[in-house]
Design a protein around this ligand. Structure first.
Ligand code: CAA
Length: 253
């Protein structure tokens, strides 16, 4: 299989891209499998937080250039859209990035809610160098994350930035030694999965949807989601545990 889905207990799942011979390029098989994994993980309550990773040397080198070099626009339109499944994934998603995250690989990382990168990771949108442009959110997510003038340089030159530069620009959450990336991402996932999943889901929903709304409407969305929390058993438990000075037992209800 070009991808591996591991349910690791403690409410977390790890999705890995496993195509080292092609630097984890996102060919149709990888895309179909990723879409299926994210559909599966979205359903059910067992998994509360997911981690997406590549291998030790490369996260993903982007769309498979060999599989699209001769494609027509209508062929490109008919290809399975992996991005819809990841975009709609309602649970927290952490990208664990070692090595190259280029083109669609960088855009895949940008779909995550938190990005943990190794010191030697490199992020870039080199599509312009092969005669195209980003097509999986790079022009929009990167610009929203770091602003027009920094995004334009990355998009128009195609030159990669280091993990430290990406952290300073604001689209990498944490930089850690290369050997610790996956463990750190899994530890973060475990701590998020131990918290109330309805609250986690609503935080993600309101942050992502609110970012594209006028402030007043976004604040209203937040207020209503906040009020809805008081309908959950986990709110009652969390506050009771605080008052009784004990550890809460969250049940996802
Ligand atoms: N598509 C297809 N094959 C790829 C690939 C890609 N994106 N990236 C690497 N490969 C293949 C190479 O062709 C090579 O195959 P062969 O052994 O058959 O020759 C193999 O992987 C190893 O590649 P390199 O020898 O180049 O490995 P490297 O370690 O020296 O360099 C790299 C790694 C910097 C990632 C380099 O491979 C590279 O620059 N890849 C292309 C990156 C790129 O341009 N990505 C953007 C693609 S377009 C896109 O992503 C659009 C979109 O999603 C909407």
């Amino acid at each position: 299989m070009e991808t591996i889905l591991e349910r690791r207990g403690d409410g977390i799942a790890l999705v890995r891209i496993n195509r080292p011979e092609a630097r984890n390029a996102l060919n149709p098989a990888v895309r179909e499998q990723l879409a299926a994994h994210f559909h599966d993980l979205a359903a059910g309550e067992e998994v509360r937080c997911a981690v997406i990773a590549g291998s030790d040397k490369v996260f993903a080198a982007g769309a498979d250039i060999k599989a699209m070099a001769e494609a027509s626009p209508s062929e490109m339109m008919r290809r399975p859209d992996v991005w819809v499944a990841i975009r709609a994934f309602p649970k927290p998603l952490i990208a664990a990035v070692n090595g190259w995250a280029l083109g669609g690989g960088c855009e895949l990382a940008l779909h995550a809610d938190i990005i943990v990168a190794g010191e030697s990771a490199r992020f870039g949108q080199p599509e312009i160098k092969v005669g195209i442009m980003p097509g999986a959110g790079g022009t929009q997510r990167l610009t929203r994350a770091i602003g027009k003038y920094k995004a334009m340089k990355i998009l128009l030159t195609g030159e990669p930035v280091t993990a430290r530069e990406a952290e300073a620009l604001g689209f990498v959450t944490e930089v850690v030694p290369d050997a610790e990336v996956l463990d750190r991402a899994l530890a973060l996932a475990k701590s998020i999965a131990a918290l109330p999943p309805v609250a986690a889901r609503k935080i993600k929903e309101v942050v992502l949807h609110g970012a594209d709304m006028p402030l007043e409407a976004a604040l209203l969305l937040e207020r209503q989601a906040f009020q809805l929390m008081f309908d959950t058993a986990d709110q009652k438990e969390g506050m009771a545990a605080f008052i009784e000075k004990r550890a809460p037992q969250f049940r996802g209800r």
